[in-house]
Design a protein around this ligand. Structure first.
Ligand SMILES: *Cc1c(COP(=O)(O)O)cnc(C)c1O
Length: 397
């Protein structure tokens, strides 16, 4: 029997749910109208987009006129940061973010720095948590935007977004300013409850392919009254906030995926990964010496396992796992030695030998207990083998 491959890289992307695929297919052929056309072909696809918008609202709350479809999480983040920065620069040019954001936020901040904005990169604690107090302390009368991710894609730490939002509002009132609050919810939407009003955010980014939808489509939630400059200029699509003919099949698939994901979060289905996640964490920590868990023990995504294993390189483990048909990911630099480990592992202050042996396993709704058992056993053997050969090894099994 051919061994089935094991996919534990769902934080990178998820497979499209078969129900989502079914929903998409007609929009490549029979239902191809341009949603801006007035005739029935256009009305058909226009209606499909508006249904998807309602399905996205069903996942994250807010109202349909606060949702703008984008080409993915990256565009949603870029739109939020640059759109708010350029629309509000007369009020101030200060932005606050954290040192563990996704590159879609961090690279945007670097770009804005070159355009004359100043950015404060807040540190995190050893679990990757941003403290609300540190946000408040960083706010000045020139602050126009704060962007803190709801959960980190590498180490799975869930940030106290609701508390940060409250703290920002209080500080805004004291200073008599209106700084906006954006959160990147790409890793959380469809995995844990996400509601824009409960969180108290002004802007929120999501992406379809992280929740069993297609790649190349996402959305930015923009609270009514938020001053934001469009990112794409052209036609009047998305109420003038995002030009370009809509990605109809993508948006239809996103809507279908959002509806399924909302159901899974509400009926507790998404929580079912927690025991599997904990089994993998405990299995690794018990079976492999000199291993540690990265990220927060409890404030953690249900599907995220990130471990550091001493005396072995992350990339060597990754390649060996791949040879055994197991897909994971690493934040460790390649074994050539010159590259730094990921900015997230550096921000939580991992010492050199632990930052270089990191592995991320991200579970998905198709992950089984047998796959977890096999992964633990295969990894144990790989680590034994690599440590035999390792010049870094100072002992242990
Ligand atoms: C994947 C991801 C993104 C980028 O989303 P794309 O749709 O791939 O552009 C942004 N932020 C986080 C936290 C992510 O995990």
């Amino acid at each position: 029997m051919v061994n089935k491959r094991i996919y534990l890289d769902n934080a990178a992307t998820t497979p499209v749910d078969p129900r989502v695929k079914e929903a998409i297919l007609p929009y490549f052929s029979d239902k191809f109208g341009n949603p801006s056309s007035i005739h029935s072909f256009g009305q058909e696809t226009k209606a499909a987009i508006e249904k998807a918008r309602e399905q996205v609202v069903g996942l994250i709350g807010g109202s349909v006129d606060e949702i703008v479809f984008t080409s993915g999480g990256t565009e949603a983040d870029n739109f939020a940061l640059e759109g708010v920065a350029f629309a509000n620069e007369a009020k101030g040019k200060h932005i606050i973010t954290s040192s563990i954001e996704h590159h879609a936020v961090l690279e945007c901040c670097k770009f804005l720095e070159k355009r004359g904005f100043s950015v404060t990169y807040l540190p995190v604690d050893e679990s990757g948590v941003v403290s609300p107090e540190s946000v408040v302390r960083a706010i000045t009368d020139k602050t126009i935007l704060v962007s803190i991710m709801q959960a980190n894609n590498e180490i799975g730490t869930i940030e106290p977004i609701g508390e940060i939002a409250k703290a920002i509002k209080m500080r805004n009132a004291e200073l008599g300013i209106r700084s906006y609050f954006h959160t990147d919810a790409v890793q959380t939407a469809g995995h844990i409850p996400v509601n824009v009003n409960e969180l108290g955010v002004d802007l929120l980014s999501i992406s379809a392919h992280k929740l069993y939808g297609p790649k190349g489509v996402g959305a930015l939630y923009i609270r009514k009254g938020t001053k934001i400059t469009p990112f794409l200029h052209g036609g009047g699509q998305e109420r003038g906030r995002r030009a370009s003919t809509e990605n109809v099949p993508g948006i239809v698939g996103f809507g279908a995926a959002a509806e399924i994901a909302a159901g899974d979060v509400n009926n507790g289905e998404s929580k079912k990964l927690i025991p599997l996640r904990d089994k993998l964490i405990n299995g690794i920590l018990e079976k492999i010496t000199d291993a540690r868990l990265n990220g927060h023990l409890t404030q953690r995504l249900p599907n995220n396992v990130n471990v550091s294993i001493n005396y072995v390189e992350g990339e060597s483990m990754l390649l060996n796992l791949d040879l055994e048909g197991i897909a994971a990911s690493t934040g460790s630099a390649c074994s050539s030695g010159s590259l730094e480990p990921s900015h997230v592992l550096r921000a939580i202050g991992l010492p050199y030998e632990q930052a270089h042996g990191s592995l991320r396993f991200s579970l998905g709704k198709n992950t089984t207990e047998a796959e977890i058992d096999k992964t633990i056993e295969v990894l144990r053997k790989i680590v034994l083998k690599l440590r035999e050969m390792s010049p870094l090894k100072k002992g242990g099994k």
